[in-house]
Design a binder for this molecule. Structure first.
Ligand SMILES: Nc1ncnc2c1ncn2[C@@H]1O[C@H](COP(=O)(O)OP(=O)(O)O)[C@@H](O)[C@H]1O
Ligand SMILES: [Mg+2]
Length: 370
């Protein structure tokens, strides 16, 4: 079945009106951060915080019209409010009539975080580092898995948390099948190539699309961190969901991140996205460890020449310009895809190859910074 498109999603949302104003949610500019990916749809609905309690039904209506589209596998709509409510009317002078129940804190992914956003505690884990990118498809998961194995080869105890709940790739890339065991209280991690891993992909049947609602997304992520027996780890790499929306921002605020690594390709457009990713972490005071350029150049296996098909070096220049470290570059090579698809990433399957060595070099840089 054809997957749903952005235009179809916006078309459907135009049928939903804001009850308090004339016009539909799209034309009123209330829909932001729309992401449509392989049939999974996510967007925010901008509201005034004061109207939050009445907006839950609008949120549900928006989710419903999109869920009804053929080709929509999952829909997540979240309410966001830019600023605290401006009092609509003067506060009642009569103390007896106040305070009524405070308005429910609806924006689960509030742009500036919920006031009490507390960082989770993850005892036993020495450092949590996010691997992020502004957009999908730049090779974030490929880099995460190979970097993890490279660091393991350097003697570190490494885990991967696959936080990409819409498109988990770690079970496939690490070649892990089956379901994690539970000790009644916590889930055991799954192991592949010496890496401890947890992914929503182990828990959700890939053929049974899950409908994620806003709060469920954060709930699922918190559980993947907190309800898992990670054991002692030198480093937990987090394969972040793509984008720089509220879910990512909330993650950056809630998880005690030691740092972030930004993956980018040399194309300009991806670099613009990389800048957004970088700024997001800076906003939340998470130090950016550095940038990695993926699909940087093509290493021709027959002649040994380097061909710089996308105009290589963009990430290095951007990193310099943005005052952030450049950790290294990974060539574009079919073997990277084939080995990841086969569940034996290149650093595990051909550790001596040029491609694997590129990851080893970056791993040394990362290790130093831990
Ligand atoms: N350096 C590379 N050379 C060749 N193929 C790559 C490389 N990096 C990633 N790929 C391929 O590109 C696709 C997207 O990579 P993936 O790691 O899933 O990206 P993301 O996690 O950012 O969405 C995958 O098919 C992957 O195998
Ligand atoms: Mg990925």
């Amino acid at each position: 079945m054809a997957r749903v498109s952005e235009d179809e999603v916006l078309g459907a949302l135009k049928r939903v009106g804001d009850p308090a104003r004339s016009g539909n949610v799209v034309d009123l500019g209330m829909i932001t951060g729309l992401v449509v990916r392989d049939g999974n749809v996510m967007f925010s609905i901008e509201i005034e915080a004061a109207r939050a309690p009445e907006m839950e039904s609008l949120r549900l209506a928006c989710e419903q019209v999109v869920a009804d589209l053929p080709g929509a596998l999952s829909v997540t709509a979240v309410l966001t409010a830019e600023a605290p409510p401006a009092p609509a009317a003067p506060a009642p002078a009569d103390a007896a009539s106040a305070p009524a129940a405070p308005p429910k804190q609806a924006p689960q992914f509030g742009r500036h975080g919920s006031p009490g956003a507390q960082k989770m505690e993850l005892p036993g884990i020495n450092a949590v580092v996010a691997v992020a990118s502004g957009k999908g498809g730049v090779g974030k998961s490929t880099v995460t898995v190979n970097l993890a194995i490279a660091l393991h080869r350097l003697g570190l105890k490494v885990g991967i948390l696959d936080a990409d709940i819409y498109g988990p790739s770690m079970p496939r890339m690490l070649g892990i099948t089956g379901q994690p065991r539970s000790d009644g209280d916590k889930l055991e991690t799954m192991q592949g190539h010496g890496i401890a891993c947890m992914s929503i992909g182990f828990l959700v049947d890939p053929d049974q699309p899950t409908i994620w609602r806003g709060p469920m997304v954060m709930g699922a992520l918190e559980q993947l961190f907190g309800d898992v027996k990670w054991g002692e780890l030198d480093l937990l790499l987090v394969d972040m969901p793509p984008g720089t929306g509220d879910a990512q921002l909330t993650m950056a605020q809630k998880v005690p991140l030691k740092g972030a690594i930004i993956v980018s390709t040399p194309q300009d457009i991806a670099l613009i996205d990389a800048r957004k990713g970088l700024n997001m972490f800076r906003q939340t005071d998470v130090p950016v460890m550095g940038m990695i350029e993926n699909m940087s150049y093509f290493h021709c296996p027959s002649c040994g020449e380097r061909a710089e098909i996308f105009g290589h070096g963009g990430a290095r220049a951007t990193a310099k310009e943005l005052n952030c470290d450049f950790l290294g570059e990974i060539p574009l090579h079919i073997s990277l895809r084939e080995t990841s698809d086969a569940g034996i990433p290149i650093v595990a399957s051909s550790p001596d190859s040029v491609e694997a060595q590129a990851f080893m070099t970056i791993a040394e840089e990362v290790k130093q910074r831990l």
